[in-house]
Design a binder for this molecule. Structure first.
Ligand SMILES: [Zn+2]
Length: 497
């Protein structure tokens, strides 16, 4: 098999055309231009909004004018990732797709992400739009910009940009799944501060660290029982029951990643140093045993900080370290609830993604920043949990801390509706074509459909797509046969709507 022979021909041709035009997030303009030209050459009515989102469509075929309009939605951008050896320039070089030499049932790219997420969705939509034999009501394509780095395109869709009422999001990643919901999210940041104190003489300073944890995505991996490095370290330090001075603390890297590492620089009175070291080690072993196989790589250690040098000149006093550790230790974290009606699916969770604390030299205050991400398929639960977290964080005000809080990003949930008529038809068509039931699912990650929900409450939506593995990495691959099946399924479904 050669890549020129892949089926359905029209889908793959569009996909290879897309691969030839660089289109990483924030740089989708050339691809948008190409789509506008493609539509103009065929007399297809097309438009583009200020963000760069593109819509195009065709009217209902004769006799199907009273059928609901269908919107085929996909995102134009791709995540630009390349292998260490690749010299690829994502601003200039085309993506080079090829059959995986080790397993030719899959298409990969040479040294880069393939962009099947979501180039295959765009290609399927274009191919359906130009299919003269497909009898349907009004059919529109909606192509959004910047899904992968903030979903700003989807956020900017204005009412009237498209007119259909049934939306098929073609950004799914498993041909056997029909996705009918996604989590909404709140990122909440707290900026806490309190005057630092001069570090007394005679302290021994240690760097305490936790590392080697599995981490993972704070949405889809949050039910796997993996530890949060920051909270482990906080817990171990608190349970040593030794008065600690704190010069700095840091854990995690991002809201949407479970922290794998955390460290803190702490000072203890020389007379209690041996007791502290022993207590730290014994608490660390207890944690290791409790985690067991769920997160087997934990390494918790203490080592003398800044060997030979003087300790820090100012730090957080033991009393304020106490209030900080107590507050962080009391934060809810991880899995909160599973979907009651959909076995195995996560409903509500949160992740203390990043913590950073140190003395600010200019103000002489110890400043602690925290970043928490709350997710839920229920906007009410999301809101209630975010409020709980903010209240707990703000509780340190009682101990003299100054508290500032803000929410840099909020996205709405797309709550699953198992009674959706679109879903009912999709399940029936899937069964008929493939002789088995699809998995009906909801994702604890984010989808653009979540952003459409409050603006277009009347839309009936479904997310589907061929099987893609390792998206957002140079190993990204799409299963070739699944593209043909997914396309056949979507085409058949459209003709029945
Ligand atoms: Zn995608």
């Amino acid at each position: 098999m050669h890549i020129d022979e892949l089926q359905p021909r029209s889908v793959w041709k569009h996909f290879f055309d897309i691969c030839a035009i660089p289109h990483p997030s924030h740089r989708e303009e050339a691809l948008g231009d190409a789509l506008m030209r493609w539509a103009a050459e065929r007399g297809i009515e097309a438009r583009r909004d200020e963000s760069g989102n593109v819509a195009m469509g065709r009217p209902a075929v004769f006799g199907m004018e009273d059928h609901p309009g269908v919107i085929l939605q996909a995102h134009l951008d791709m995540v630009p990732q390349k292998s260490a050896e690749s010299g690829h320039d994502f601003d200039r070089d085309p993506i080079r797709p090829r059959l995986d030499p080790k397993n030719p049932a899959w298409l990969v790219a040479e040294g880069t992400t393939l962009g099947a997420d979501d180039g295959i969705g765009v290609a399927m939509a274009l191919s359906l739009l130009e299919d003269r034999e497909l009898r349907s009501g009004g059919l529109e394509c909606l192509f959004t910009v910047n899904e992968e780095d903030g979903m700003s395109g989807a956020r900017a869709i204005e009412p009237g940009f498209v007119s259909g009422s049934l939306l098929l999001n073609l950004d799914g990643e498993d041909e056997a799944e029909l996705t009918i919901g996604c989590a909404g999210a709140v990122r909440t940041i707290a900026e806490l501060s309190i005057p630092a104190t001069g570090a007394p003489d005679g302290l021994e300073w240690y760097e305490a660290s936790v590392e080697g944890l599995l981490g993972g995505h704070s949405g889809v991996d949050i039910d796997k029982g993996r530890a949060n490095a920051t909270l482990l370290l906080v817990g171990i330090l608190a349970r040593t029951r030794v008065a600690l001075h704190l010069a700095s603390v840091a854990g995690g890297t991002a809201a949407n990643a479970i922290p794998r590492e955390a460290r803190a620089v702490v000072g203890v009175e020389s007379a209690r140093a041996a007791e502290f070291r022993a207590a730290f080690q014994s608490e660390a072993s207890a944690v290791r045993i409790a985690l067991g196989d769920k997160d087997p790589g934990l390494v918790a250690a203490i080592a003398p900080a800044a060997a030979g040098g003087a300790g820090p000149s100012s730090c957080l006093s033991p009393k304020d370290v106490d209030s900080m550790l107590t507050m962080l230790g009391a934060l809810p974290n991880g899995l909160v609830a599973m979907e009651p009606d959909m076995p195995g699916l996560i409903r509500t969770s949160l992740n203390l993604g990043k913590v950073e604390g140190a003395v600010a030299p200019d103000s002489g205050r110890f400043r602690l920043d925290t970043l928490v991400m709350v997710r839920s398929s229920s906007d009410d639960e999301k809101e209630a949990l975010a409020a709980t977290v903010e209240k707990r964080l703000a509780g340190v005000a009682e101990y003299g801390w100054t508290v500032g809080q803000r929410r840099p990003a909020v996205s709405p949930a797309w709550s699953p509706d198992p009674a959706s008529p679109l879903l009912g038809k999709a399940v029936a068509v899937y069964r008929e074509l493939f002789g088995k039931d699809p998995r009906v699912t909801s994702t604890h990650g984010g989808l653009e459909t979540g952003l459409f929900r409050p603006r277009f409450p009347a839309w009936d939506m479904l997310s589907v797509g061929p099987t893609i593995r390792y998206p957002h990495s140079p190993d990204e691959r799409v299963e070739i046969a699944s593209v043909e099946r997914s396309y056949r399924f979507v085409r058949e479904l459209i003709s029945r709507l």
